[in-house]
Ligand binder design. Structure first.
Ligand code: ZN
Ligand code: ZN
Length: 205
C-alpha cells in the first residue's frame, strides 16, 4: 500500500508502468489499465511485438496510453486504431486466436469509495469552476482509486464481437514531392491536374 495525499492505493506493477509512460495517475489511465488486463486474461495475450494484437479505440483519451504500454498496441506500429466517437469503448483483437472482444463503459461515473464527503465537496468546487489544481488532482486520484477497487464488470460490459482480420499497416515507398522536394509516402501523395505528384501540405497551399 502506498499513501498519496491520505488516499491509500494498492498500485499494481503494470499500473506503475502505465504511469511512468503517461506521466500521471488519472481515471482515464485506469480505464485503459482495466481493459488491458481484462483483454490479456480472456484472450491470453502477450504484449504485441508486431501487429498480432490490434486495438480499436473509440476515444483519444488518457486510456490509450495504458493500452500502448500493456498491450503493445502503439501509434507507431499501426495496430492502434482511433475512431474518436467520444466513447469509452475498446475492441481488442487477437489475430492468432481469431477472436475479438469489445469493452464498453457501462454508466456515468458515480463515486462509491470511503471519501464520499470529500469527493462531493471537490465535485462541487469543480462544477462551479472554483477548484484549484490541487483539488482537481485529488479528485482524479479519488476516482482512480475508486475504479481500482471495483470489479471489472461493474465498470465495463464485455462482449465477444465478430472477428475480421484487420488489414496490416500499409507499407509503401516514398517519392519526392514535386513542389517542396520532401520524401513522402507514395500512397499519401496527391496528383495535380497538370500531372504533378505533390504532398498533402503542398496541395493545400
Ligand atoms: Zn491522464
Ligand atoms: Zn510538398
Amino acid at each position: 500500500m502506498e499513501k498519496a495525499e491520505n488516499i491509500s492505493i494498492k498500485m499494481p506493477e503494470e499500473l506503475k508502468q502505465c504511469i511512468a509512460f503517461h506521466g500521471h495517475l488519472c481515471p482515464g489511465l485506469v480505464y485503459g489499465y482495466l481493459v488491458s488486463q481484462q483483454a490479456i486474461n480472456i484472450l491470453d495475450l502477450k504484449r504485441s511485438k508486431d501487429e498480432e494484437v490490434v486495438a480499436i479505440c473509440e476515444n483519444d483519451s488518457c486510456a490509450i496510453d495504458s493500452l500502448q504500454v500493456l498491450l503493445g498496441t502503439t501509434a507507431g506500429k499501426g495496430n492502434l486504431i482511433i475512431n474518436n466517437y467520444g466513447k469509452n469503448a475498446y475492441t481488442i483483437i487477437s489475430r492468432s486466436k481469431k477472436k475479438a472482444y469489445r469493452f464498453s463503459r457501462k454508466q456515468y461515473y458515480k463515486y462509491n469509495g470511503k471519501n464520499k464527503e470529500d469527493f462531493a465537496m471537490l465535485d462541487a468546487a469543480i462544477s462551479s469552476g472554483s477548484a484549484t489544481i490541487k483539488q482537481k488532482m485529488r479528485q482524479k486520484l479519488l476516482k482512480a482509486t475508486d475504479l481500482l477497487s471495483r470489479p471489472f464488470d461493474d465498470i465495463f460490459s464485455t462482449s465477444k464481437v465478430e472477428f475480421s482480420m484487420p488489414t496490416y499497416a500499409p507499407l509503401a515507398r516514398s517519392e519526392v514531392c514535386n513542389i517542396c522536394g520532401e520524401m513522402t509516402m507514395s500512397t499519401k501523395m496527391v496528383s495535380t491536374d497538370d500531372g504533378k505528384r505533390i504532398c498533402i501540405p503542398c496541395s493545400k497551399r
